[in-house]
Design a protein around this ligand. Structure first.
Ligand code: FES
Length: 55
């Protein structure tokens, strides 16, 4: 029996055929603690420009 990959949905909810291609390998998320993110509440890497370091 052949393996059928599960359906994959993009962020707009549109289905894509599964063909085994890796679309997103890292699914980790981080909350912004510096206040500079333009994607709050998530970190978008903006902290690097302002030199924010966690204490
Ligand atoms: S912690 Fe705020 S942008 Fe990364």
């Amino acid at each position: 029996m052949a393996f059928t990959p599960p359906p994959v949905m993009d962020t707009d909810g549109c289905p894509h055929e599964g063909d085994g291609e890796t679309l997103l390998a890292d699914t980790r998320m981080a909350l912004c603690r510096c206040g500079a993110s333009e994607s709050k509440p998530l970190c978008d890497g903006g902290h690097t420009e302002m030199g924010f370091e966690a204490g």
